[in-house]
Design a protein around this ligand. Structure first.
Ligand code: CLF
Ligand code: SF4
Length: 291
C-alpha cells in the first residue's frame, strides 16, 4: 500500500511544501539507459559534477539495497530511496527490481521513482503493485510543437520517432500514465525544466494539465544550459518566481529542488553522505541520462 499524500508531506524532502524539509533521500543509480533524447541532457559518469544525469557508476539492485542500509546508518534522517537516473527508470528493469527488494527488506522506506513517462502506461500496473509511494514524471511541454524543440526523438517499442510525431507519443503516454497511477492513489509530482527561450510561457499550461490528470505537486527546475540547448539561457530568479506563482494557481509548487545527482545521498541542500558510501565505479558506454 503506497504512502498517503499527507504522510509524504511530512516525511519526504521533495514533497514537503513550505519550509525546507530536514528529511533525507538516497538516489540509487541503477538505471543506465534512456529511451528518449532530450536536447539538454548530458549524461555522464564522474565524481564531480553536481547535477542530474551524473553518477559515479552504475550499481545492481542487490547493491542498491545494501547501499540504502549503509546510508541510513550514516544519516538516520534518510526516509526515501529514489531512482532518478542516470537514465530512465523504466527503460531497463533494474529500478522496479530494486524497489521490490527494498519493499521486502526495508518496508518503512519511502519508494520514490522518477521517469520521463514514455513507458508509464506499460508499467503503471507494476508500479502500483510494487507500491511506489511517490512518482515523478518529467513533463516539459504538453504542446507537441514545443516538446519537439526540447526532445529530439524517442525510441518506442523498438522504433525511432522524431520531432512532433515523437512528441505526440511522449505527451500522450505521460498524461495517460499520470492519470492511471494517480487514479490508483500514488502521489504524483510533475517536474518541468524551465527553458526561457522555449517553454517559459507554456509552463503554466503544463501545470494546469498535470493537475487535471491528478498530479499533486509541481516542481519547476531551472535549465542548466548544456548539450544542444547550450544556446539557451539559465532562467533568472525573477522568471522562476513569476512562473512558479502562475503555476501555483493550479497546483501546489515545490520550491526547494536541489537538482540532485543520480547518486545523491543525504539531506538535499544539507548533509551530504554520498562520498562516504561505497559506489563501485563502473564505466559503461556513454548512454547515461536522467529521468
Ligand atoms: Fe529523488 Fe526526485 Fe524522489 Fe526527490 S530528488 S527521485 S523526488 S527523492 Fe528532489 Fe532532488 Fe529536486 Fe529531484 S531535490 S532533483 S525533486
Ligand atoms: Fe531526458 Fe532524462 Fe532521458 Fe536525459 S535521462 S534524455 S533528461 S529523459
Amino acid at each position: 500500500m503506497a504512502a498517503e499524500f499527507e504522510e509524504l508531506k511530512k516525511a519526504h524532502p521533495c514533497f514537503s511544501l513550505g519550509a525546507k524539509s530536514n528529511k533525507g533521500r538516497i538516489h540509487l543509480p541503477v538505471s543506465p539507459g534512456c529511451n528518449i533524447f532530450c536536447n539538454f541532457c548530458k549524461r555522464d559518469i564522474n565524481d564531480t559534477d553536481n547535477r542530474p544525469g551524473v553518477a559515479r557508476g552504475i550499481i545492481s539492485p542487490q547493491e542498491a539495497v545494501e547501499l540504502v542500509k549503509r546510508a541510513i546508518e550514516l544519516c538516520p534522517d534518510i526516509t526515501v530511496a529514489g531512482v532518478a537516473g542516470p537514465g530512465d527508470s523504466l527503460a531497463t528493469p533494474y529500478a522496479l527490481e530494486s524497489f521490490r527488494l527494498i519493499k521486502k527488506e526495508l518496508p518503512h522506506i519511502i519508494k520514490c521513482m522518477s521517469t520521463n513517462g514514455l513507458l508509464l502506461p506499460d508499467y503503471a500496473d507494476e508500479i502500483i503493485d510494487v507500491g511506489i509511494d511517490s512518482l515523478t514524471v518529467t513533463v516539459n511541454a504538453v504542446d507537441p510543437e514545443v516538446q519537439a524543440r526540447i526532445c529530439e526523438s524517442i525510441i518506442y517499442h523498438g522504433r525511432r520517432y522524431e520531432g512532433v510525431e515523437a512528441a505526440k507519443i511522449l505527451i500522450r503516454n505521460q498524461l495517460e500514465g499520470i492519470r492511471k497511477v494517480a487514479g490508483a492513489g500514488t502521489t504524483v509530482k510533475v517536474n518541468t525544466v524551465l527553458i526561457p527561450e522555449i517553454n517559459a510561457d507554456h509552463v503554466v499550461e503544463v501545470a494546469k494539465t498535470s493537475a487535471e490528470c491528478g498530479a499533486r505537486i509541481f516542481n519547476i527546475i531551472p535549465l542548466i544550459p548544456q548539450h544542444k540547448l547550450s544556446w539557451c539561457s539559465a532562467p533568472g530568479c525573477g522568471l522562476i518566481s513569476r512562473v512558479r506563482s502562475e503555476a501555483q494557481n493550479y497546483i501546489s509548487v515545490f520550491r526547494h529542488c536541489q537538482r540532485c545527482r543520480a547518486d545523491a545521498a543525504g539531506i538535499p541542500g544539507g548533509l551530504d553522505v554520498s562520498e562516504q558510501l561505497y559506489i563501485r565505479p563502473v564505466r559503461l558506454e556513454n548512454t547515461f541520462s536522467h529521468g
